[in-house]
Design a protein around this ligand. Structure first.
Ligand code: PEP
Ligand code: MN
Length: 337
């Protein structure tokens, strides 16, 4: 339930409403005050069935009372009208302006990471990506450098002043991720409903990017995000598509989800056109489509030598990122104006 207050409401009246809610059995931690202009909103989480809507409607300072039956109500724009903005170590703010995350699928060596990072930095990317832990379907393929990969990421972060994002696959590695000062911890599509891992993400004070699992419906995806958000509000969503019966495409990017989420929910959302297509030539057009659908940014796989990549070379671009980023900025301005 949300109680929208009249613009004239003063502090004392607000406190009276909170006291009343507490008397009616609502715990203080389940009451969120979201100050807006001109309306301040009192958001009540959890079970609100015992509250009398009529009683609150009659209070002088109340403009309207709205019951929200959406189980993810804390993530809705009704509950929290302003977009969530997440600030990183270099002061880049995700959710305010366009964010470009770019880098290799996997960290393969220090040289490969540094060379690729320089390409993406010069092209205007804000955040460097690179997988250190890559448990992939076939055990015979490259599985990532593990801690050595984290070491290279943190070294390149220092050298180039770029925040880093990398994927966690096991809660036992969390300490290491924090020790190497990973700026955004990625939870990949395969772990979207790994609730033990999500619960660990809820305990930290570090941005987490949760990718939608290919077969996970949007309502279940949002519930997974809510699980982290309840403890750690620095949650970034990421749409990377899901399987299709057509073997030509690795995945099909679900732009319906991007448009729907952007309109109705306040968390930032990134699109991943690389995993969303699996095809290098599709990366630019799907990036445009993602931004046009309302995404706050893109995550693009870039490799200094895609033909030699140990992982996902077929969907990695190289120097082309230089022409792509300025066009994405132009498109973003057009769509958001
Ligand atoms: C990745 O971004 O490195 C990755 C493995 O993607 P996904 O979880 O979307 O498959
Ligand atoms: Mn990849």
């Amino acid at each position: 339930m949300i109680i929208q207050l009249k613009p004239t409401t003063n502090k004392r009246e607000l406190e009276r409403i909170i006291d009343r809610l507490v008397k009616d059995g609502i715990q203080r931690e389940n009451i969120d005050i979201i100050k807006g202009d001109p309306y301040t909103v009192v958001g009540i989480k959890g079970d609100t069935r015992k509250l009398s809507e009529d009683h609150y409607k009659t209070l002088n300072s109340v403009y309207q009372v709205i019951r929200i039956s959406n189980p993810c109500k804390e993530l809705t724009r009704q509950f929290h009208p302003r977009s969530t903005i997440i600030e990183l170590s270099n002061k880049h703010r995700i959710g305010e302006g366009l964010s470009v995350i770019a880098g290799p699928c996997a960290v393969e060596s220090y040289e490969q990471l540094f060379t690729t990072a320089k390409i993406v930095k010069n092209a205007g990317a804000n955040i460097l990506r690179g997988g250190a832990y890559k448990p992939r379907t076939s055990p015979d393929t490259f599985q990532g450098l593990g801690e050595e990969g984290l070491k290279y990421l943190s070294r390149v972060k220092q050298e180039l002043g770029m925040p880093i994002i990398t994927e966690i696959t096991d809660p036992r590695d969390l300490e290491l991720f924090l020790d190497y000062d990973v700026d955004i911890i990625q939870v990949g599509a395969r772990n979207c409903q790994n609730f033990r891992l999500l619960d660990e993400m809820a305990k930290i004070d570090r941005p987490v990017m949760l990718k939608r699992g290919g077969e996970v419906p949007v309502n279940e995806y949002l519930l997974a995000a809510l699980r982290i958000y309840r403890g750690n509000q620095k949650v970034i969503l990421c749409e990377r598509g899901g399987k299709t019966s057509d073997p030509k495409h690795r995945n099909v990017l679900n732009l319906n989800n991007v448009a729907y989420i952007k309109k109705n929910y306040h968390l930032p959302i990134i699109v991943d056109p690389s995993h969303g297509s699996g095809i290098r030539e599709s990366v630019a057009p799907l990036s445009y489509a993602g931004i046009a659908s309302g995404a706050d940014g893109v995550m693009i796989e870039v490799h200094c030598n895609p033909e030699e990549a140990l992982c996902d070379g077929e969907q990695s671009i190289d120097g082309e990122i230089h022409e792509l980023i300025p066009k994405l900025h132009e498109l973003y301005e057009l769509v958001r104006s």
